[in-house]
Write a protein that binds this ligand. Structure first.
Ligand SMILES: *[C@@H]1O[C@H](CO)[C@@H](O)[C@H](O)[C@H]1NC(C)=O
Ligand SMILES: *[C@@H]1O[C@H](CO)[C@@H](O)[C@H](O)[C@H]1NC(C)=O
Ligand SMILES: *[C@@H]1O[C@H](CO)[C@@H](O)[C@H](O)[C@H]1NC(C)=O
Length: 357
């Protein structure tokens, strides 16, 4: 039965490629054998052949139930088990069971906006050695129903996007593959150094909009951190960044997003530690009334190779002698991307020639 199917399949494919079926891995530069299952067997999923990756790609719009999705993997004939991705969205999937995709495996699994309520630790078992991206955002996962510990069983999984789920506690991460995680739109209010230290290769961390605090030592074990996005947390630290609060420890660190956080005061050395010299500091839409020299000059000194950036638009800045150090220095001012005085003048346009400071 399978042999017959395969024969029919190869003939069909041969026909579509003008009688020249090619074996994958041979004949570089020639069209490769298309290893998609028959369209009718996987409906409503659609398989396309990703030529550059030589792996098929599965896109599944209009899935109506978990059973419908499961059945495709139980009944269709898959000439290859190795797929690039699967994408499902807007399907009512609920609880994801063991071996959801049977023995078919993926590099990327994207099941977004599917009202997923739980994930079995072995739901994606066949993909464990291969998976590099897992997207399960806008679902209904909680601390109890997503098996965080199982991420340590995915040696290549570097990108995990689970934002917009009702997680309330930051998980204790234990995965050296993880590089990119975000918790946007979750009820999470804090995290600790201990919860992060099991993900020592983390490059990108984003948490909002309910973050209230984090300890000063939170980032000390993240020696590869590049981007910390704590924007849009209106209750973060009461709007006060005190001495040492954001202590970084990564020579690759470049992007610090603190926009829209009701920050009214930043103490000297509140943002400190090891960073790149291409620091970009995003502080738009806060309540800062000045760009204080003692606070900001050490930060601007981390931007002197021409790739740094300070963004302070949307703060009620009072442009007076306290800001002369900045407005009078073309090198510093070149790194100010956005910012205006509270009278509406751009920082770059302020005429300081008549100032007596
Ligand atoms: C998810 O659940 C909500 C609330 O019951 C419902 O309105 C929505 O249509 C569901 N979405 C899907 C994709 O089933
Ligand atoms: C972390 O994961 C590794 C590998 O799976 C495991 O051996 C270890 O016990 C885990 N550590 C913790 C603290 O869970
Ligand atoms: C601007 O700041 C840089 C870096 O601190 C300094 O080298 C330079 O002399 C300053 N320029 C002026 C005009 O103050």
């Amino acid at each position: 039965m399978l042999a017959t199917l395969l024969l029919v399949f190869v003939c069909l494919v041969g026909a579509t490629h003008s009688g020249q079926p090619n074996i994958p891995g041979k004949d570089v530069g020639q069209p490769r054998l298309d290893l998609c299952p028959f369209a009718s067997e996987i409906y409503p999923c659609q398989c396309t052949w990703a030529v550059d990756l030589s792996e098929p790609d599965l896109y599944c719009p209009h899935i109506e139930s978990l059973e419908q999705l499961q059945n495709i993997f139980l009944t269709a004939f898959f000439p290859t088990k190795w797929f690039w991705r699967i994408r499902v969205s807007g399907a009512p999937l609920g609880d994801l069971p063991e071996d959801l995709f049977n023995d078919v495996h993926f590099d990327e699994i994207r099941l977004n906006s599917c009202n997923i309520t739980s994930v079995h630790p072995d739901a994606f078992r066949a993909s464990k050695p291969y998976l590099d991206t897992l997207e399960l955002y806008s679902n209904l996962l909680t601390d109890e129903t997503f098996p965080w510990w199982s991420l340590s069983e995915y040696p290549k999984l570097w990108r995990v996007h689970l934002h917009h789920n009702p997680f309330s506690t930051f998980p204790t991460l234990n995965t050296s593959a993880l590089e990119d995680i975000n918790f946007w739109e979750t009820p999470i209010t804090t995290f600790t150094r201990d919860q992060l230290k099991g993900a020592p290769n983390l490059r990108i961390l984003e948490v909002n909009p309910n973050l209230e605090s984090f300890p000063a030592d939170a980032y000390l074990d993240l020696g590869y951190l590049e981007e910390l996005d704590l924007s849009n947390n209106p209750n973060l630290l009461g709007g006060q960044l005190s001495f040492g609060q954001v202590t970084l420890n990564s020579p690759n660190f470049k992007y610090l997003y603190l926009s829209n956080n009701a920050i009214s005061n930043i103490e000297v050395d509140a943002i400190t530690g090891v960073t790149s010299t291409r620091l970009k500091l995003f502080l738009e839409d806060n309540l800062l009334t000045t760009v204080n020299e003692d606070v900001f000059k050490p930060l601007m000194d981390r931007m002197l190779d021409g790739w740094g950036e300070l963004d302070v638009e949307g703060n009620p800045l009072v442009c007076d002698c306290d800001m002369y150090w900045l407005l009078n220095n073309a090198t510093f001012l070149a790194n100010v991307r956005t910012g205006s005085c509270n009278d509406g003048q751009y920082l770059h346009d302020v005429d300081i020639s008549t100032w007596v400071c």
